[in-house]
Design a protein around this ligand. Structure first.
Ligand code: ADP
Ligand code: MG
Length: 472
C-alpha cells in the first residue's frame, strides 16, 4: 500500500490533492514534534517517519526499521496521536509499520508534489544484523551541496566541507563544524556524506546521541567488540552534535578511542557541535585537544542577504512562488536560524496551497504570529546590557547606577543605543531598565553614540562585535 500509494504521489510530482494535503498535515505534526523534542531526537527518530494513511480513526505511519519502530512507539506515538487529534481531527490509534526502506523519504518538511532524488546509500551492513542496520542514520536527500546557499557567514565552512568531500586524501583531521542551532551543520554533514558515498567511500554518519545509545547498548549486551568492529570498514566517520556527549564520561572515553584509532588509520573524521572545542563545557581535556587538532570551521549567524537567498532557493526547489515582499518580510523578521525560517516558509506555502490563495504580508503576520513574537523577544534589554558589560568589563549594576564617570557612562550609552536599534521597546521602557532614567536621557545617549560613531573607528568595531555577540 505504501509503495504504490503515497510514495508514488510524492515522487511523480503530480499526485492527488488529498494525498498532498495529508502529507502536508503530517509534516506540520513533525514540525511540532521537532520543536518539542529538539533537534537530535528529531533527526534520529522523527524525521524518518513517513505518513501512510489515515482512515477509520487509525493513523498509519511507516519507519525504516524495527528498532526505530519500537522507539517511536514507546516515545512518540502518544504525542503524535494527540497532536493529530488536536489539529486535524480525532484518531483513536497510531499504527506503525516497517517499510524496510534503507532511506526514508524525508518529504515531510516540504510540500508534496516535489520530486526527490533517491539518495545513494551504501547499506551493506544492513543485512548483517539488526543493530548494524541502524549503524549509519539515513541521510536527508535534500541536504546536498547544491541545495546549500552560501554567503559570508558560511562560505568558509562550506569550502572546508567541499574539500573533505572531494578529496580522497585527508587534508585536515578532524573537520570540526561549529555553529548555533539551525544554521546548517547537519545539512553540510549530509552533503559531505552524499558526495563521499557517490565517490565510493564508506561513510558512517550518526548523531552523538546515537553513538552513545549504541555504545551503552553494546555495553549492556557485552558486545563492545562488535561495536568497535563496525567502525573498521569506514572511510569517513561523521558524528553530529558532539556536545551531546559532554559530561558523559564513559561515552567520551569510548569516542576518544574510536577517534584515535580512526585517525591513526588515516580515516577522515567530521564532527559538528554548537560550540567550538575550546568553549564546550564538560569535555575531557585530551578529547578537547584532539578535537582542536584539525580545522575548526564556524558557521556564523545568518545575514539578511543570506536569509533572502535561502528563501528564494527553497521556493525554486519546491517549485513554489511567494511574493517577493513576503520573502523579504520573512528574511527581515525571522533572523534566529534557518530552520525556523524554513518552517515559516513551509507554513505559508502549505497555507497558500490549502486555501488556494497567494499569501500577503498580512496573512503572513497572522500565520506566523508565534514565530514573529519569539524572534522579537529574542533580543532583550537585559541581553544587551549583559553583553555590553562583558565586553567592557564593567558590572551589570553600572547599567542602572547614576555614576557618570566616562568608563561606565559610555558603555551605558552604547547599550541604550543598541536597545533602541535592536529591540522594539519604547524609549520610556528602555529608560526604566536603565535605573529609571528619563526617556530624554535615552535620546541623549543615542544621539551621543551616533555622533561618536562618525569619527571613532574603535567604537564602530566595538559596536560590530557587540551586535554579533548579541545576535549569537
Ligand atoms: P543545524 O544542524 O546546524 O542545527 P540544519 O543543518 O539542520 O542545522 O539546518 C536547519 C535547516 O535549515 C535545514 O533544513 C537546512 O536545510 C536549512 N539550511 C541551513 N542552512 C542552509 C543554507 N545555507 N542553505 C540552504 N538551507 C539551509
Ligand atoms: Mg543538526
Amino acid at each position: 500500500m505504501f509503495e504504490n500509494g503515497q510514495q508514488a504521489t510524492v515522487e511523480t510530482a503530480d499526485g492527488g490533492e488529498s494525498a498532498s494535503s495529508f502529507d502536508l498535515r503530517f509534516s506540520q505534526v513533525k514540525a511540532l514534534l521537532q520543536k518539542e523534542f529538539g533537534e537530535t531526537a528529531f533527526r534520529s527518530w522523527i524525521a524518518p517517519i513517513d505518513a501512510v494513511s489515515c482512515a477509520s480513526g487509525t493513523l498509519t505511519l511507516a519507519v525504516p526499521t524495527r528498532f526505530i519502530r519500537d522507539w517511536v512507539k514507546s516515545h512518540y506515538a502518544d504525542r503524535i496521536r494527540s497532536l493529530w487529534t488536536q489539529h486535524f481531527g480525532a484518531v483513536a490509534r497510531v499504527d506503525i509499520t516497517i517499510s524496510g526502506k534503507s532511506a526514508p523519504k524525508t518529504a515531510a518538511a516540504a510540500p508534496a508534489g516535489v520530486a526527490y532524488e533517491k539518495p545513494a546509500i551504501a547499506n551493506e551492513n544492513a543485512a548483517k544484523e539488526a543493530s548494524a542496520a541502524d549503524f549509519s542514520v539515513a541521510l536527508d536527500p535534500r541536504y546536498t551541496f547544491e541545495n546549500f546557499v552560501t554567503g559570508a557567514p558560511n562560505e568558509f565552512a562550506y569550502a572546508a566541507a567541499r574539500k573533505i568531500a572531494d578529496n580522497e586524501k585527508v587534508s585536515f583531521n578532524p573537520l570540526f563544524l561549529q555553529g548555533g542551532v539551525g544554521l546548517g551543520k547537519t545539512h553540510l554533514m549530509h552533503a559531505i556524506a552524499h558526495a563521499a558515498r557517490a565517490a565510493g567511500r564508506k561513510v558512517a554518519y550518526m548523531s552523538a546521541e546515537k553513538f552513545m545509545y549504541d555504545f551503552v547498548r553494546a555495553l549492556r549486551f557485552q558486545d563492545t567488540m562488535a561495536f568497535k568492529a563496525r567502525f573498521r570498514a569506514v572511510d569517513v566517520l561523521m558524528i553530529d552534535d558532539i556536545q551531546f556527549i559532554c559530561g558523559k564520561d564513559a561515552t567520551q572515553e569510548e569516542f576518544f578511542h574510536t577517534f584515535n584509532s580512526l585517525i591513526d588509520q588515516g580515516k577522515q573524521i567530521v564532527i559538528s557541535a554548537d560550540q567550538s572545542p575550546a568553549d564546550m563545557d564538560g569535555l575531557e581535556e585530551r578529547l578537547r585537544s584532539r578535537l582542536s587538532m584539525g580545522l575548526v570551521a564556524a558557521i556564523h549567524p545568518t545575514t539578511y542577504e543570506l536569509r533572502l537567498g535561502i528563501l528564494q532557493s527553497k521556493c525554486a526547489l519546491m517549485k513554489r512562488d511567494l511574493p517577493q515582499d513576503v520573502l523579504e518580510f520573512l528574511a527581515q523578521k525571522i533572523a534566529s536560524n534557518v530552520r525556523e525560517l524554513e518552517g515559516a516558509l513551509n507554513r505559508l506555502i502549505a497555507h497558500a496551497e490549502l486555501v488556494g490563495r497567494p499569501v500577503t504580508i498580512d496573512t503572513a503576520q497572522d500565520l506566523l504570529a508565534d514565530l514573529l513574537r519569539a524572534n522579537d523577544r529574542r533580543t532583550t534589554i537585559e541581553d544587551i546590557q549583559r553583553k555590553v558589560c562583558e565586553h567592557y568589563g564593567i558590572r551589570l549594576a553600572d547599567m542602572h547606577s547614576p555614576r557618570r564617570a566616562r568608563p561606565v557612562a559610555r558603555p551605558r550609552q552604547l547599550a541604550m543605543y543598541l536597545c533602541k536599534q535592536l529591540t522594539t521597546h519604547s524609549l520610556p521602557e528602555i529608560g526604566r531598565k536603565f535605573g529609571g532614567r528619563d526617556h530624554t536621557t535615552i535620546i541623549h545617549g543615542v544621539r551621543k553614540i551616533e555622533e561618536l560613531l562618525a569619527g571613532d573607528p574603535t567604537l564602530r568595531s566595538d559596536l560590530e562585535s557587540l551586535k554579533k555577540a548579541i545576535a549569537a
